[in-house]
Design a protein around this ligand. Structure first.
Ligand code: PHE
Length: 356
């Protein structure tokens, strides 16, 4: 028994893994294990011999079983330690740098303008960028022969001779949304419509796609004075200082009277500053909605009148953020976007200040 004990205690101590340990268990205390065979031999002993050998064999069996259990625990502890040593993670390491995009200045200004007009009670309306020529022209009092159609450098969509749908254009201005809003909600109306517009024109100050914000207010007692107040209020909020406007008589087929509006600025050393000085910059077209336009939108011009305006978003973005070249807006140059872009969490609103 001493021999068996020494042998198995030594082997168990040496076992390097659980499989070896299991083999040892079978060899020692398994059904046909050495110790089990000894126990079976108890039957052939005399009662006196059995009284001594029986408890001793049981004790040996217990001893081997607990040595096996202890070793098994030690092996699994060691395995765990080894895993913990290799699978560690330094949670204090800085995270991998991520490329964060920026908000394009056009989007930023779009949001700023929307926030200001929302405070003034204007809702946002939208219309399609591919428009029928009726919404883009006819309903706005620009009939087929009108020179304004040619002046606008319109993109027409292709139409085969046998197609019976009306001609479609890429809208040349956001003014068709005036008609769509009149049709959709009737009077009174207070809406702005920010959006993309298209004209076949490309040079330093023109891109074939650019952005406008249409404004439309219709009610029973609306005058040019309301237009002027609204625009001055808007520009002062937008530029963060009081901005004078200059109304110049102009002509649009869809407004009567019509005015182009300039804002006060100074040109010094090649930089433009809005809200000071004696110079003027044209930023929008406007006027009182033409009676024919109200009728086209299903509103009675004898009962209602209103004002409308169209501001170039790109232009006022350049003025506010000192962006010198219009075409760079649409080049997708990453260096430009990082320089002129805005942090994505800088949401413009009037209370927090409009921008960083
Ligand atoms: N639609 C005109 C343009 O694109 C601007 C405008 C809008 C003028 C509303 C008067 C009223 O030039």
């Amino acid at each position: 028994m001493d021999h068996l004990r020494d042998k198995y205690i030594a082997l168990i101590a040496e076992a390097a893994d659980e499989n070896t340990l299991e083999d040892l268990r079978v060899q020692a205390v398994g059904k046909k294990g050495e110790i089990s065979l000894e126990m079976r031999a108890l039957g052939k002993m005399s009662p006196e011999e059995r009284q001594v050998a029986g408890p001793a064999l049981n004790a040996l069996k217990d001893e081997i079983n607990s040595a096996l259990a202890a070793k098994k625990q030690a092996l699994s502890d060691a395995a765990l330690d080894e895993r913990l040593r290799t699978e560690w993670l330094d949670v204090t390491l800085p995270t991998r740098a991520r490329n964060v995009g920026t908000i394009h200045p056009i989007s930023q200004v779009w949001e700023e303008v929307t926030a200001i007009f929302a405070e003034l009670g204007f809702a946002v309306a939208e219309g399609p960028q591919i428009e029928t020529d009726w919404y883009n022209f006819d309903a706005l009092n620009i009939p087929g022969h009108h020179p304004a159609r040619a002046e606008m450098d319109t993109f027409y969509t292709h139409r085969t001779a046998d197609e019976d749908r009306p001609p479609h254009v890429l809208r040349t201005h956001t003014s068709p949304v005036q008609i769509r809003s009149m049709e959709a909600q009737g009077a009174p109306i207070r809406i702005i419509c920010p959006g993309r517009v298209y004209r076949a024109d490309y040079d330093q100050t023109h891109t074939p796609m650019f952005h406008q914000i249409e404004g439309l207010a219709i009610d029973k007692d609306i005058s040019m004075a309301n237009l002027k107040w609204t625009l001055e209020e808007f520009f002062s909020a937008y530029f963060g200082r009081s901005v004078k406007t200059r109304f110049r008589a102009s002509h649009f087929p869809f407004t009567e009277p019509s005015a182009e509006v300039d804002i006060q600025c100074s040109f010094k050393d090649g930089t433009v500053t809005v809200g000071e000085g004696d110079d003027w910059l044209e930023v929008l077209g406007s006027g009182m909605v033409h009676p024919s336009v109200l009728s086209a939108g299903g509103i009675d011009p004898n009962e209602y009148q209103g004002f409308a305006f169209g501001i170039g978003i790109d232009r006022i973005a350049m003025l506010k953020y000192g962006i010198p070249d219009l075409r760079a807006f649409f080049d997708s140059d990453l260096r430009w976007l990082r320089h002129y872009g805005f942090a994505s969490l800088d949401q413009p609103n009037l209370h927090a200040g409009l921008s960083r």
